[in-house]
Every structure is written in structure tokens, then in C-alpha cells.
Design a binder for this molecule. Structure first.
Ligand code: XUL
Length: 526
């Protein structure tokens, strides 16, 4: 039975999931997770990154990622033992937006990797920039403004690239490198994303960038899936020549280089294009048919929707990336997620059971009482100065009413600010810590007017990579729905919307939008 390997270079750890798939049989064969700080302490990262003297500058080590790839492949080989020759295909996901800068000598080094010597030792000299900027970097505000200005403003950039200029996106990061270290930029022959860099190490040559991750750069024409010349020109001179071509996410970009056979005994498995962790998660969460949306309830809450046709957030708050299944995906992020829920829980001295009981003891719609839950600055809508606003007699002393108010506010905001992403939500896959809470998922089902399924996915990006390895190598287009749901471990019964509550929330959403608009207009929110 063939084995498909998914790798994931996250922010804090390098991960692997191997699945076995044949006809009706499918199972997870192996799961590994190696935290960078503990496994490779010699690099001195904290939570996988370096924070600069200026805390807006956040980077990691591309050499550490190479060593981690080597280390995880070694452990995978050991764990699979005599079954190693059954590895048919490999794909991966990388933290989005991060970039790796290589000298011209990299091409020869990649092509000549020697199985007798460790990977990191061989690639140590190929970088024209020792540190890779990562998604946590927010130091490029000036560069964002410069490129936006050249391209006709923030909404024009969003229409062209899928997102307005964001500090962490690769284009502004490249521009900052060009401005602050022009010699380093001139020495750079090739700029990779974390995803395409790691794929390059696997195939022993420069791998292309996939449409999913390419959309996180502010450099790709999102509609055409090709480099946007105007964005390249506005970013840095001669950039086009330093970038790999863009390919569809299910492209086989090569085969495992001889290095991996010589060193660990891997077969020449197909390598399917790596993508970003968010597109990969979309698949790992089983969002493979239009109308399905995933909602991840974590530190921040995130809404991911699969979009067969392109739509762009008119407010400029959200992102559009390429979907690995073809088409597009929206990503809308809300910073006041579990943090806001915890603040309310703690304010009334509750535990999570008490929080759920409070939700159950209050009526859907909260008798018209509404909260704007900006305990921290908010991403969607953009709120720079935090503030919690209460309306229609919501009494700060009334614990249960405030519990319901924060949950309803979050669900209403998610529904309101993801409504531009089409098609309408027909089914929700809920994941993340708070998805355990059935009373909360009932509010979700009622606000969205759609059934909710709870998904247990320990590492959805990594699982997505394994599923993509299968799909890309076996040409399994159309078979996604056939097995993703089983791997994504749909747990528990479906939580169905209740008709009367759906109507209550449809009216409440209008009211919520009015309150929100009034605060934003008044500038209280920043
Ligand atoms: C998305 C983003 C993060 C990174 C790291 O835009 O910045 O989700 O992909 O996970």
C-alpha cells in the first residue's frame, strides 16, 4: 500500500504526517513533531524565531530549516523501516510569507548534494541573507506605503494581489532588504518562499512557487496566477529574474534527489509543490467542496472559505490565497478570539463549564443586548485603539448576559465580515480549542444558518500536505471529498441551526453592523 508523506515547517516546529491510502483503506501511519528550540538549540531561536533589538524585526534561520528537514527525514526513514520504499509522494507546507535568499552558487550545490555529508553542512554557504524574515515581522510599514502608492492605493493592491499591502507579506520584505542591504540584494540570485525552498532541498534544484503560497507575497496577480509585473517593478529592480515560475498547487515539481536515497534509503518519490500553511490547512480541515467553511477558534479566530471564483474583501481587511483544490480561498482573521472569551470568563469568575452554562441560560439574541468585543486591537474590522462597547442595556455586572454577548458578537462579526466570500456558507467545519464547547457551536450554527461539524485536527497544515501529496501524485482531483473527511476526523453529531434563532440573528446582524459602523465612523476604534 503506498505511503504519502506530508511535512510542515511551522513557526515553532517541523512536523511530519504519513498516510496510507489504497482503495477503501486509509489510515494515519506516522506523526512526528520536532520543536526547533529544543531539537536544534545551537541556533538559539525562541519559539522558532529571533526577535530583533527593534521588536518589529522577526526572523528565523533558513539553515536551521534545512537541518530540520534532514532531521525529520531521518526520523521518518527510521520509523517506516522496511516500508520506506513504499513512500510514493511527498508534499509540504511552510509558514506563509517567510522568504529565503540564495546566491548563484546554490544551484550547483543543490544539484550536487552528497549523501555522505549532512545537508546543513553542504548548504551552509548558499545564503545571501543569513536570516529569513518571517510572518511575525512588522517592520515594513514604509515599504508597504511606497508600493501601495505606486500601484494606485490599498484597494487597487487588494484587487491585483488578493490582499492589500501587509507588513509581513514577502514583497514588502524583499523591498526592505533591497533598501537596507543593496549589496546583499545584488548577491541574491534566487528568492524562495519557505515552501519552495524546502521543496528545492528535496528535489535538488529550484522548485517553483505554488499559487496558494504565491498569493501571500503582494507580488502575484491573483486572478491570473502569474507574477504581477507592476508589483514586481514597484518592489525592487530586477526582481523578476530572482523568482521561480508559479505553478498550480497539484504540480509534481520533481522527484526526491539522490541525496535522500543515499543517506536514508528513500525511493525516488514524487515531490508535489509545497504550499503555505493556510492553504494546506484548508485541505487538512476537509474544506474541499464549495460552500464549506472552516472556522478555527484559537488565540485568534479565523474563517477560511473555499471560493471557486475570485472575490476580494472590499474593506481590505482579509486575504485571498490560492486554494490547493483549484480556485481560491479567503482568510479572515479576528484577533479578539479566545483572548476575549477568556477575559469575559475570568471577569465573572467562571470556568469553561460555567461559561457554557451561562450561554445555555440566556436566550438567543440576548434580548437585543449587543457587545463590540474589542478587548485588544482588532484586525477585522481594523481597530487600533481597543475598547469594549455595550448596547441596549447590556449591564457589565450581568455575567451570563455578557458571556452570551461576547460569543454572539464574535459569531456576528465573523458572519458579517466574511459575507463577501462566495458562495454562501452551507456547512461549517469548526476546529480549535473552543470548538469543544457545544453551546458556542450552536450560536455559530444559528448565526450562519448552517450546520456545524466539529473537526479534530492536531496539525491540519501537515495533514493537508500528506493529502496533497496523494492528490498531486495520483491525479486524484475530484477524490478530495472521498477521503478528507475521514482523515480530518469529523467528530460528534452535526449541530443544526434552529429556525427561530436564525431569524433572530439575521436581524441582529444588521443592528450589530450599525453599531460597529458608528464606532468606526466616530474614530473611537482608531
Ligand atoms: C497568515 C499568517 C500566518 C502564517 C503562519 O497570513 O501570517 O497564518 O501563515 O502560520
Amino acid at each position: 500500500m503506498p505511503i504519502y508523506l506530508g511535512l510542515d515547517c511551522g513557526t515553532q516546529s517541523f512536523n511530519a504526517i504519513a498516510i496510507e491510502v489504497e482503495d477503501a483503506e486509509r489510515s494515519i501511519r506516522l506523526q512526528l513533531s520536532l520543536p526547533f528550540d529544543e531539537t536544534w538549540p545551537q541556533y538559539g531561536t525562541r519559539n522558532g524565531v529571533f526577535i530583533g533589538d527593534d521588536p518589529r524585526v522577526v526572523s528565523s534561520s533558513p539553515l536551521m530549516w534545512a537541518e530540520a528537514l534532514d532531521g525529520i527525514m531521518e526520523r521518518v526513514a527510521r520509523a517506516l523501516g522496511p516500508d520506506l520504499p513504499r513512500v510514493a509522494a511527498i508534499s509540504g507546507s511552510g509558514q506563509q510569507h517567510g522568504s529565503v535568499y540564495l546566491k548563484a552558487s546554490a544551484t550547483g550545490v543543490l544539484a550536487g548534494l552528497d549523501g555522505r555529508r549532512a545537508l546543513a553542512e553542504q548548504v551552509a554557504g548558499i545564503f545571501s541573507r543569513q536570516r529569513s524574515p518571517v510572518w511575525m515581522d512588522s517592520s515594513t510599514t514604509a515599504e508597504c506605503a511606497e508600493v501601495a502608492e505606486a500601484l494606485g492605493g490599498r484597494i487597487a493592491v487588494a484587487e491585483l494581489t488578493g490582499s492589500r499591502m501587509f507588513e509581513r507579506f514577502t514583497g514588502p520584505q524583499i523591498r526592505r532588504f533591497f533598501k537596507t542591504d543593496p549589496e546583499g540584494f545584488a548577491r541574491t540570485d534566487r528568492i524562495h518562499l519557505v515552501s519552495s525552498y524546502l521543496a528545492s532541498l528535496l528535489i535538488g534544484g529550484h522548485a517553483p512557487i505554488d499559487r496558494g503560497d504565491g498569493a501571500g507575497m503582494n507580488l502575484m496577480d491573483i486572478a491570473r496566477g502569474e507574477w504581477a509585473e507592476a508589483a514586481l517593478d514597484a518592489t525592487a529592480p530586477g526582481l523578476r529574474a530572482k523568482l521561480a515560475p508559479i505553478v498550480a498547487s497539484d504540480t509534481v515539481v520533481g522527484r526526491l534527489a539522490p541525496y535522500w536515497r543515499e543517506r536514508y534509503g528513500f525511493p525516488p518519490a514524487a515531490v508535489v509543490a509545497w504550499t503555505g500553511d493556510n492553504p494546506s490547512s484548508l485541505v487538512g480541515l476537509g474544506v474541499v467542496t464549495p460552500g464549506t467553511t472552516a472556522i478555527s477558534l484559537g488565540t485568534s479566530d479565523t474563517v477560511f472559505t473555499l471560493m471557486p471564483t475570485l472575490a476580494v474583501d472590499p474593506s481590505g481587511a482579509a486575504h485571498v490565497f490560492g486554494s490547493p483544490t483549484g480556485g481560491f480561498m479567503s482568510l479572515v482573521c479576528f484577533r479578539n478570539g479566545s483572548l476575549a472569551r477568556e477575559r469575559v470568563r475570568d471577569a465573572y469568575g467562571l470556568d469553561w463549564d460555567g461559561f457554557s452554562a451561562a450561554l445555555r441560560s440566556t436566550p438567543p439574541g440576548n434580548e437585543g443586548r449587543i457587545m463590540l468585543p474589542w478587548f485588544e486591537p482588532e484586525i477585522t474590522p481594523l481597530v487600533l485603539v481597543p475598547g469594549v462597547h455595550r448596547y441596549a442595556g447590556l449591564d457589565p455586572a450581568d455575567g451570563p448576559a455578557n458571556v452570551r454577548a461576547v460569543v454572539e458578537a464574535q459569531m456576528l462579526a465573523m458572519s458579517l465580515h466574511s459575507a463577501w466570500a462566495t458562495p454562501a456558507v452551507a456547512k461549517i467545519h469548526a476546529t480549535g480549542g473552543a470548538a469543544k464547547n457545544t453551546a458556542l457551536l450552536q450560536v455559530m450554527a444559528d448565526v450562519f444558518g448552517a450546520p456545524v461539524h466539529r473537526i479534530v485536527a492536531a496539525n491540519s497544515a501537515c495533514l493537508g500536505a500528506a493529502l496533497r501529496a496523494f492528490e498531486g501524485a495520483e491525479g486524484g482531483v475530484g477524490r478530495w471529498g472521498y477521503f478528507t473527511a475521514e482523515f480530518a476526523e469529523v467528530r460528534g453529531e452535526e449541530i443544526r441551526p434552529e429556525g427561530a434563532s436564525v431569524g433572530v440573528y439575521a436581524r441582529m446582524r444588521e443592528q450589530y453592523a450599525e453599531y460597529e459602523a458608528a464606532v468606526l465612523r466616530a474614530g473611537d476604534g482608531g
